[in-house]
Ligand binder design. Structure first.
Ligand SMILES: [Zn+2]
Length: 257
């Protein structure tokens, strides 16, 4: 039973019991307060995927591990992604790219290069709509499947990992990934890279938060190439100095088992 179902059930029982047992004004105030607390928890569950309120979310491997994983969202981008792939090849590091289906159709050769160089390709929906979180289950299944179809056509491999746009979750997401047998991937630290003024500020924020098994999330699209390369270069040095090693998502998950 998910936290969503459990807390929902608990709320119904608590509201019914308090309305039945209490008298006077409390009969209204207490159930009202319980419902408000539940709605607050529900909102937190939608915003903070790592709470795993609706379904299991892979956002960190084993804490005692000295391994971390690097992930990039929203690509491929014809300018920044090849430059990033050059850097990763030079350093000999694996990463996971959560690609947008439409962009995979547009730049298939970049995705084939990702695969040829040992990176993992994840699903980040077909269109990356800001309304994805409002899709009904059937539409969400179609949206994710369409991206998986495109990625499979280009690489010959159907993605196993899915990261929702904007990192929001809800009961429809839980039903969709269960139906598609996919793993939802969150992140332990990162992002905010489009807003941040300097690479140094992004890297410092990540290094303060990172722990063993951590999944780092950045964008390889919508960020100036120079800034992206500077960020990832500094991050690679900082993470290495902290004693961590970059591994692929699959390996990070194996460590957790
Ligand atoms: Zn995204």
């Amino acid at each position: 039973m998910s936290k969503f179902h459990f807390s929902g059930l608990l709320t119904v029982v608590a509201v019914a019991l308090s309305a039945w047992l209490l008298g006077g004004v409390s009969r209204w105030i207490v159930p009202g307060a319980i419902i408000l607390i539940y709605l607050f928890l529900l909102s937190l569950g939608v915003i903070l995927m790592r709470l795993q309120f609706f379904c299991p979310v892979f956002f960190r491997g084993a804490c005692e591990s000295k391994q971390v994983a690097l992930t990039f969202d929203d690509g491929p981008d014809p300018d920044s992604t090849p430059a990033l792939l050059d850097l990763l090849r030079e350093k000999g590091l694996p990463a996971t790219f959560f690609c947008v289906g439409q962009r995979v159709e547009k730049f298939p050769e970049i995705v084939r290069r990702m695969q040829a160089e040992g990176h993992t390709i994840g699903n980040h929906t077909y269109a990356h709509s800001g309304f994805t979180n409002f899709y009904r289950t059937s539409r969400l299944v179609r949206e994710i499947s369409r991206a998986s179809d495109v990625i499979e056509k280009v690489t010959g491999v159907r993605p196993e990992f899915y990261r929702p746009p904007v990192g929001l979750s809800n009961p429809n997401l839980a039903r969709a990934v269960k139906r598609l047998n996919m793993t939802v991937v969150g992140w332990q630290c990162g992002l905010g890279d489009r807003r941040a003024k300097t690479s140094g500020s992004i890297v410092n924020r990540i290094l303060k938060k990172i722990t063993g098994g951590g999944i780092i999330a950045l964008h390889d699209q919508g960020v100036p190439t120079e800034k992206l390369i500077a960020t990832v270069s500094q991050l690679i040095d900082g993470v290495g100095n902290a004693g961590y090693k970059f591994v692929g998502l699959e390996q990070l998950r194996e460590e957790q088992r």
